[in-house]
Design a protein around this ligand. Structure first.
Ligand SMILES: *[C@@H]1O[C@H](CO)[C@@H](O)[C@H](O)[C@H]1NC(C)=O
Ligand SMILES: *[C@@H]1O[C@H](CO)[C@@H](O)[C@H](O)[C@H]1NC(C)=O
Ligand SMILES: *[C@@H]1O[C@H](CO)[C@@H](O)[C@H](O)[C@H]1NC(C)=O
Ligand SMILES: *[C@@H]1O[C@H](CO)[C@@H](O)[C@H](O)[C@H]1NC(C)=O
Length: 556
């Protein structure tokens, strides 16, 4: 009796639409219709809310693209240049003197190992060894320091560097580059250099020396090797634009630059700002800027790829006891922990390392790490680039005078600065005066020259030849395209959608929760009253109900 009464009371008094009619409608059929209506609406509401919540929990995002005009937080990409042909004349002398294992001797060593296998009837083993006759395996058979010595230095590689801000150009030549250069040693290219310029410049031009044109292909007795590289050998450079100070991946992301050509890369900076969500996490900027990645003692800013390669490198080193050359080398390879492809320790260890690497299943490890330890940064830049090329038409005498001018004016400025310094010793003063004098003489030569094409001294380079590569990186605009990711269904939008649906169907509001609470309290109150006065309780109770009903109906 009590329960049913309570239920009826609750139904008549509740703020839910239509529920009162299930009790109060005059005929039975009308009550049925209203009951069906309430049940259908409740089912509809629950289904829709389920859909909306599932949608919310998938954290879909939309990308809003805006253009930041004259961007104050402008960025300039780091330009990584890697020579396809890594060796230099000075490296060749190291082979000659026997200080460093030459490619020819490397190839001989491999073939001797393969022959042994072949004679023992192990054809597959022999084939596997021969597949290692490549530049990247050769790199792994050298001490890290030796590999750097074989390849070019910045002085050998960079002929001219020119940075321009508006129409104001600054050129440096002869001494490598006055720009900040970072050496990176990679198995496919040996020494690569990353040019890190200040973000305020508008264009950067580097003219690089190509070292492979002076000797006939295959004529060098030290270079009879790398049979497997036949389809990967090239002349010229591989160039990659990327965010400042990130570890480069020239093979995956770079483009080719042919020697003897003038190549322009015009880029549009794009800034991406992502939101982190449980399904697609990212690393906040403050955390990303505090992390670094380390390779052969050089550290780089955080990037997802850098972090992945570093972590995988650690895993391989721990599991197989060797350094996998594709990954970062946090500690330099040494005698106890060499590269995995180091044949100098014999064939067996290399084959063991290879089997160990295969058993590790690196792709799945990489996928795991990418979701946990090595998240992508929430905030990063991308450089959408178009490149084009043409023939460079500069004449050697122009370059000669240009380099002379740049050097003389720079020397003048430097020496005058030294002279103005009152603490300088008399020896330093004499030197400064001498350098001013020589700079003045050079300039006078130029100013009074009758025939500009008659130049003395060594040629800077021969523009009609093929022993240089000309690369210009240019910003298309000073505007940045900003792509901001936002959640397509935020929490407040979720609430208002659910609220809208509730009021559309049953008129369900938060007040319903209070009504339920009221029901409970009322019940407890009634129990207390009935316990206190057993007999007259029912009378009191009955008298209470109609009063309250009337009150509430009046409210509705
Ligand atoms: C390479 O091989 C040649 C000929 O066998 C030998 O004279 C030379 O010393 C070797 N160099 C090295 C570094 O092993
Ligand atoms: C431009 O290059 C010169 C040397 O070529 C260098 O001294 C100067 O700092 C550079 N300027 C900027 C803005 O990077
Ligand atoms: C060689 O490298 C390993 C791994 O980084 C290191 O643990 C070990 O101490 C190094 N050995 C020597 C002799 O430096
Ligand atoms: C200028 O010098 C070059 C090279 O010495 C010579 O070939 C050319 O004839 C000279 N031209 C004139 C106008 O003197």
């Amino acid at each position: 009796m009590g329960l049913r009464q309570d239920f009826e009371l609750f139904c008549t008094a509740t703020s839910l639409r239509g529920v009162a009619k299930t009790v109060k409608a005059p005929t039975r059929s009308l009550r049925c219709i209203w009951t069906a209506y309430v049940a259908a609406m409740a089912a509809f509401l629950v289904t829709c809310v389920c859909f909306i919540v599932t949608d919310y929990l998938s954290y879909k995002t939309v990308i809003q693209t805006t253009v930041v005009l004259n961007d104050p937080g402008l960025s300039w990409p780091a330009v990584t240049v890697c020579g396809h042909y890594p060796f230099t004349e000075s490296g060749r002398q190291l082979w000659q003197s026997g200080q460093i294992l030459s490619p020819t001797n490397f190839s001989r060593m491999l073939r001797a190992h393969a022959l042994k296998m072949f004679d023992a009837g192990n054809h597959i083993g022999a084939e596997e060894i021969l597949a290692s006759d490549s530049k990247r395996i050769y790199y792994q058979n050298l001490e890290p320091d030796d590999a750097e010595k074989l390849s070019h230095t910045a002085q050998q590689l960079f002929i001219f560097c020119i940075n321009a801000t508006g129409s104001f150009m600054e050129m440096s030549s002869g001494d490598g580059c006055a720009l900040q250069l970072k050496l990176i040693s990679l198995p496919d290219y040996f020494n690569c250099f990353q040019v890190q310029a200040t973000p305020t410049i508008d264009s950067l031009t580097v003219v690089l020396r190509v070292t492979d044109s002076h000797h006939q292909h295959g004529a060098d007795p030290h270079e009879q090797a790398f049979v497997q590289d036949a389809f990967q050998q090239a002349s010229g450079f591989r160039v990659q634009l990327q965010e400042h100070d990130r570890f480069p991946e020239p093979t995956d992301r770079g483009i080719h630059v042919a020697p003897g050509k003038m190549v322009e890369m015009a880029y549009q900076p794009v800034r991406l700002i992502e939101v982190g969500s449980p399904t697609d996490a990212c690393l906040p900027e403050t955390m990303a800027s505090s992390r670094r990645v380390l390779d052969l003692g050089r550290d780089f800013a955080y990037s997802q790829e850098g972090c992945l390669r570093q972590e995988l490198g650690r895993i391989v080193l721990k599991a197989c006891g060797c350094h996998f050359a594709d990954l970062l080398r946090e500690t330099p390879p040494n005698a106890t922990h060499p590269y995995c492809g180091d044949y100098r320790r014999g064939v067996e260890p290399v084959l063991r390392s290879r089997a160990c690497l295969q058993s590790l299943n690196l792709p799945s490890l990489r996928a795991n790490l990418g979701d946990t330890h090595c998240l992508k940064p929430c905030h990063y830049h991308d450089f959408e680039m178009v490149s084009s090329k043409t023939i460079w038409r500069a004449a050697d005498w122009q370059l000669h005078w240009l380099a002379l001018q740049a050097k003389s004016f720079r020397d003048l400025a430097e020496a005058s600065e030294r002279l103005a310094d009152l603490t300088a010793s008399s020896e330093q003063r004499r030197q400064a005066e001498a350098s001013i004098q020589s700079a003045k003489n050079s300039l006078r030569d130029f100013l009074t020259a009758k025939n500009l094409t008659a130049i003395s001294g060594p040629q800077v380079l021969e523009p009609s030849g093929r022993d240089f590569a000309y690369i210009t990186v240019r910003r298309q605009t000073r505007n940045t395209i900003q792509k901001t990711e936002t959640l397509s269904l935020s929490f407040s939008a979720l609430m208002s959608q659910v609220g809208g649906l509730s009021s559309l169907t049953l008129g369900l509001t938060c007040a319903f929760a209070v009504e339920l609470l009221e029901l409970c309290l009322l019940k407890r109150h009634r129990k207390k009253v009935s316990k206190a006065s057993e007999g007259c309780a029912e009378v009191a109770d009955n008298s209470l109900v109609p009063q309250q009903l009337q009150q509430q109906r009046g409210m509705i």
